[in-house]
Structures are given as C-alpha cells and as structure tokens.
Design a binder for this molecule. Structure first.
Ligand code: FEO
Length: 402
C-alpha cells in the first residue's frame, strides 16, 4: 500500500473502508467510508494530520513505512475514527508532539488514555513552521464535537477540515469529480452529523469566509480541488431560509393513513410544494435526514396504536427532534379506532423544533370525504405559509431539485 500525493510533499496516507455499513451503530453507510490522514512535509519538520480508525491502523502503518521521523501529530478531532491510532503513532515515533485544541486535551486523555504531557495545546490562529510550510490552526467548534478545529496549510492554501465538509464514502479516487459529491454523500453526511449544529456552523463559515482556500481535504471522503461547490452547499444547508418542501414520514397498518398520505401528497404537489414521503416501515433514515435539511414543513402521518403513536412514526419524530432541522411548520395527520393520545404524544416528542403547528387532521377509522377535504385545507395552509416566509432557492451548485 502506497501513499498518494495530493500536492508535492503532501501525501494521503489514510484508509478506505468499502464494506462498513453502519456508523455509531445507527447511521447507514451505503457507500462505506474512509478515514483520511495526511502527511505534510516541510524542509525541516513533518506533520501528520489526523490518524485512522484503529481497525485500519495496518494501512496507516504500511503507508508510513519509510517515514523515519514525524515531528507533529495534529489531532483536529478526538473521535476514535480519527484519533484511534494516535497511541500507535506515539509508540512508533516517540519524539512526536501531539497538537490539539485546548478543549481536546482532556478529551484525548479521557477517550484514549493519553498522557497529558504528550499533548501540546495550540491556540486559535496559532501557527507552526515546518520549514517553508506553515500550518495555521483554526478553531471550528462543534463540527461536530466541542473540540474540533481545522488546519490550514498557508502556502498551498489547503484546509484540512476533518469531519467538516466530509462525506461517508470510500473511493480509490482521491479527488471529487466536479460538484458530483455534493448532492449525495456530502449532504447525507451533513444531515446526519452536522445539522444539529447548524447555527454554530454558520459562524464557522463566516470565520473562514476570507480564507483563500484552493483545496479542502476532509478526513472522510474525497478531496475538493474546487472548494466552491461544497462551500456553497454548506451555506445553503445552514441558511435559515428553508426550501419549498414538506417532509412526510408515514406509517399505515390497514391502509387508512396511507389514503390520507396519498391525498395530502397530491394536494401539496398541486399547489407547487415538493413532497418527500417516507414510508417508515422501509425508509432509509439517511434519506429522511437529507430531506429534513431543506424542508420548510414536517408533517407526520400516523395511526394510533394502543392509545399512542405507531413506534415507527415516533422514530421519525425522535430523529427530527435530535437533528434540529430548520423547518418552520409542522402538523400531524392520521387515524384512530376508538380513542387515543397520538397527536399529543407526537407533539410532545419534538420540543427542539422551533415550529408553528398547523391544524392536525385526524380521522376515525377510514378517512371520510370531510377528512379528505380537511387535508386539502392543510395543503392550502402549508402553501400559504411557505409563501409568507423567505424561501431559499438553493445555491447555484446545488439548486432545489424539481
Ligand atoms: Fe469522523 Fe466525528 O468523527
């Protein structure tokens, strides 16, 4: 296994994990993932930026064969997939100095059992000279842990961003082909990992606004030789203005709620609102998360089970509540047999959403004509609400799909 050169003297030494299918025992990885690590050589010093998941240490080890000296190990993020092989690096290169943000020190000690004295904290904006090459450390907190920072290679204008701008994808190709990656893998990554920190990411984006970035090299996925598409996408994803769309997670046990979903989808679509329905019995929660990135409205369609909501619909609400999307409106539609507290339970499960609730439509048993007409009125209300707020038209690299 050989390292690949991304620039003269800057090598990719990480690992591609094509077969991994789940992250954090929760997040589906349809495209696998990668654990990127970079070796940066100056005239006098050499730095390693992030490491790899411990299971893939052998790849890092093989790619560093012949590298006799590493002076600095930059830990941009202490989560195991990037820091887990630090103990091996310390053993192999006893003179290496770990450079990390101030909040990272205790996390490296707590998570990896590292000796505190092996860690040198760097300040926000601090520089390290490698001899003709300079690393500048930029604190970028909460992308997605409190200690995260990015490292900027000044002379080559490369931003090593770790998870930020990353994507769960394994590939033998080092570089993103144009803007292709942005719509799919990078958006899935943002949705699942970054979205809860949208407001802080806005500030981080502002912080790097004037940085001259020629290349973004994240620690998951491929490298951006043209950073504009991913920067543009992040600006849109984190923008307070949603798109003209509705996310509609639903479950139906005997067909009645499905009838309501069909009517509501048609009614919204007829009014120019894009609908993303997800049958929660079979849905990929990654795709649900991606749709939540942009949507102005969340409507949950749910039958009543033992007085409360169907657990699969509740799962969608729990996920949305955790991801804190920018949605401005919400509603609930569904059915009951004889009695129930389904609406109250679902509303109570989304305290993190800053939404205006629109009138629910709940049918007793099979929806009647009056219920279907109420769904049309709900669609009308949604379209009117969307028209009142400022909607995003997306960025030029990532316009709303039609
Ligand atoms: Fe890729 Fe937050 O670790």
């Amino acid at each position: 296994m050989m390292p690949k050169e991304i620039l003269p003297g800057v090598l990719a030494v990480g690992a591609q994990d094509f077969d991994r299918r789940l992250f954090d025992a929760l997040i589906p990885l349809p495209d696998g993932t990668s654990y990127n690590s970079y070796l940066v050589r100056g005239r006098t010093k050499t730095a390693l930026i992030d490491t790899v998941e411990p299971d893939w240490r052998h790849v890092l080890q093989a790619k560093l064969r012949g590298v006799e000296r590493i002076d600095y190990l930059v830990s941009n993020h202490t989560e195991q997939d990037h820091s887990g092989s630090i103990p091996w690096v310390l053993e192999r290169y006893p003179g290496v100095e770990i450079l990390a943000s101030e909040p990272a020190r205790s996390m490296l000690v707590d998570h990896l059992g590292l000796a505190s004295e092996r860690i040198r904290t760097v300040a926000d904006g601090e520089r390290i000279d490698l001899g003709g090459r300079t690393l500048r450390f930029i604190y970028t907190p909460w992308v997605h842990w409190p200690e995260t920072m990015s490292t900027y290679l000044e002379e080559d204008r490369v931003l090593f961003s770790c998870d930020w701008f990353g994507a769960h994808v394994a590939s033998t190709e080092l570089f993103v082909d144009g803007a292709r990656c942005v719509e799919d893998e990078a958006k899935r990554y943002y949705a699942e990992i970054m979205m809860p920190f949208r407001k802080i990411i806005q500030k981080n984006l502002e912080k790097i606004r004037d940085l001259d970035i020629q290349m973004i090299a994240p620690s998951h996925g491929q490298i951006y030789r043209d950073p504009q598409p991913i920067l543009c996408a992040y600006r849109d994803w984190t923008d307070d203005r949603p798109h003209n769309s509705v996310v509609l997670p639903w479950v139906s046990m005997h067909g009645s709620t499905a009838m309501m979903v069909e009517r509501l989808t048609a009614a919204l679509s007829a009014r120019g609102v894009r609908v993303f329905p997800f049958n929660m019995s079979v849905a990929d929660i990654g795709q649900l998360a991606m749709a939540l990135v942009d949507a102005a409205t969340l409507i949950v369609a749910c039958p009543t089970v033992h007085v409360g909501p169907h657990p699969a619909a509740l799962q969608a609400v729990v996920l949305a509540n955790a991801l804190r999307p920018k949605a401005r409106f919400a509603s609930i539609v569904g059915t009951y047999g004889w009695a129930g507290k389904m609406v109250e339970a679902l509303k109570g499960a989304m305290p993190n959403l800053k939404v205006e609730f629109l009138e629910p439509v709940i049918a007793k048993g099979m929806p009647k004509a009056t219920d279907l007409e109420a769904l049309d009125r709900l669609a009308e209300a949604v379209a009117a609400k969307h028209a009142e707020i400022g909607l995003s038209e997306g960025c030029s690299f990532n316009p709303p799909a039609v």
